[in-house]
Design a protein around this ligand. Structure first.
Ligand code: UN1
Length: 512
């Protein structure tokens, strides 16, 4: 096997002399516990990173407040230029950072680099936005009055990210929040802390070079501890969280108790409807990519495929054939499309879900067990799995973060939509059809109930230009493009009287 970490990879990024997981403008010397970073590719240790102590956290938040006071007064287009330069630095480091993502999250190089590309894309979007933080002008009912709305920076905001998109999802939030005038405290998943440290190393260069306020802060912490500090801290007006439904509920409860704001991007249980009027080969590509990219560990992974009965057998056969050609293994190897799951717990969840599916009446069509790859015995590999299922099986309603695809049959498009919407989550959805009426039904008020609706393309692989997020148990938040920037600012309605009398709204009379 190739060495996991090439000789000079860490030094190129500036990682070799540091094992600090806390950055508050400077890298804080480790004083608490250490986290061991292991690669899911072979289970070996690749780094040790320090965890934030409560004292580190409090110092970090105080600094964030100080830096916010400076940053919010810099004009937004100038803030945009800093983010653009960060984008340029990421362009230079795309390959190296992509490699870190591969080592730590087990993604293929193409997906690892794709994630850094997504950061670059959002930096471009943020630059444009920095000149477009538009407010409305509103007609006043009073003479000599002017009304408008303006958007004002919010404060230090926290972004809590998951292991599966350890870099890009942070940047969706952080780069937009930064052009909005906020500073950002990042708590990455402890399963992907090395990527976060590496990203901060690259960004630090730009901030220091420009003598800019320190707008990005990092604190690695274990378990729920750091999350609890953040969510209960009234100094942080907004918490953006990506992760599981149970943790998201806890976070939103804590934040709501202090009347803070949260953006939640929780689980997906994404379905693809494949009509008998679909371009079958295109549908197959869309479903297989959606189900197996990132080893089934995307929020947008296709977990359910709902197939019209006339083409059901044919489609299932094609699906099985496609699955049998997919290479699972070391993601760095040419031809491998599916790497490992993130850790042993994920393998257990995979096995448990398959067990339950069979007990609940599902039929195993393909895969179903873990695999050992020669030379990578410590890695966490499983076979991509297809299970024939019924829509009302309880396991089908759950999101299992692994490559398990449930296949179901439908008769009419109405039935397909009903099955599609019969899960608690509402992130992404697809229909594969060439029939205009079916397509429009899927996009109609009785159609897909998800935040993302795709026609003839996969549930996974959204672009950054749209608002990303979903409904129901997915939490309702929106990040990334469109007008998601508004979440990170406060809206202020301004009324100005430029006359010499005081006319009152609603014609109220108050003479004295
Ligand atoms: C996630 O899994 O949290 O749409 C984000 C996609 C990626 C982002 C997924 N661009 O699949």
């Amino acid at each position: 096997m190739k060495a996991l970490v090439e000789d000079d990879l860490f030094s190129k990024i500036g990682l070799d002399d540091v094992n600090s997981g806390v950055y508050d403008g400077e890298w804080v010397k480790p004083s608490g516990k250490m986290l061991t970073v292991k690669s899911p590719i072979d289970g070996s240790e690749v780094a040790k990173i320090s965890l934030a102590t409560r004292a580190d956290y409090d110092r970090l938040v105080s600094r964030a407040i100080e830096e916010f006071k400076k940053w919010r007064m810099i004009p937004a287009p100038k803030r945009g230029l800093i983010i653009r330069e960060i984008g340029d630095e990421l362009r230079k480091e795309k390959k190296n950072l992509g490699k870190i993502v591969t080592i730590e999250a087990g993604k293929t190089p193409s997906e690892g680099e794709g994630e850094i590309q997504e950061m670059i894309d959002i930096s471009d979007l943020a630059l444009g936005l920095s000149r477009q933080l538009y407010g409305l002008t509103i007609a006043s009912e009073r003479p000599y009055h002017r009304m408008y709305e303006q958007w004002v920076p919010l404060g230090p905001v926290a972004v809590i990210t998951s292991f599966n998109f350890p870099a890009s999802v942070w940047s969706w939030n952080a780069f937009i929040a930064a052009v909005d005038g906020d500073v950002v405290i990042w708590k990455p998943s402890s399963k992907a802390a090395l990527t976060a440290v590496a990203v901060m190393k690259v960004i630090e260069r730009v901030l220091k070079r420009n003598n800019a306020p320190n707008i990005f802060f990092l604190m690695v912490s274990s378990g729920s501890e750091g999350g609890d500090w953040i969510t209960n801290d009234p100094r942080i007006p907004l918490v953006s969280f990506t992760g599981s439904v149970p943790v998201g509920k806890k976070i939103s409860e804590n934040v709501a108790k202090r009347l803070g704001k949260s953006i939640l991007e929780l689980g997906g249980n994404n379905g693809a409807i494949v009509s008998d009027k679909a371009d079958i080969d295109l549908a197959l590509r869309g479903v297989v990519f959606g189900a197996l990219a990132t080893a089934g560990q995307r929020c947008t992974t296709t977990r359910r495929v709902i197939v019209q009965e006339k083409i059901y057998d044919q489609f299932l056969e094609k699906l099985k054939n496609a699955y049998s050609t997919i290479k699972v293994g070391d993601p760095r190897e040419k031809g491998v499309l599916v790497g490992p799951l993130i850790d042993e717990d994920a393998v257990k969840d995979y096995e448990h879900a398959i067990d339950l599916a069979i007990k609940q009446g599902g039929k195993l069509i393909f895969g179903g067990k873990r695999i050992t790859i020669k030379g990578l015995e410590g890695g966490h590999y499983v076979m991509p799995t297809i299970i024939e299922a019924k829509p009302d099986m309880p396991i089908v309603k759950e999101e299992t973060f692994a490559s398990i695809l449930y296949v179901m049959k439908y008769r009419t498009i109405e039935e397909a939509i009903e099955i599609h919407n019969s899960v608690p989550q509402g992130l992404s959805s697809s229909i594969f059809t060439t029939d205009l009426r079916e397509e429009e039904a899927f996009l109609s008020p009785y159609g897909s109930d998800c935040g993302l609706a795709n026609v003839n393309t996969s549930t996974a692989g959204a672009e950054i230009g749209g608002a990303f997020g979903g409904e129901k148990d997915t939490g309702g938040g929106r990040e990334s493009g469109s007008d998601a920037w508004k979440y990170y600012m406060r809206r202020q309605t301004v009324t100005k009287n430029w006359g010499q009398t005081l006319p009152l709204a609603q014609d109220v009379v108050f003479e004295f």
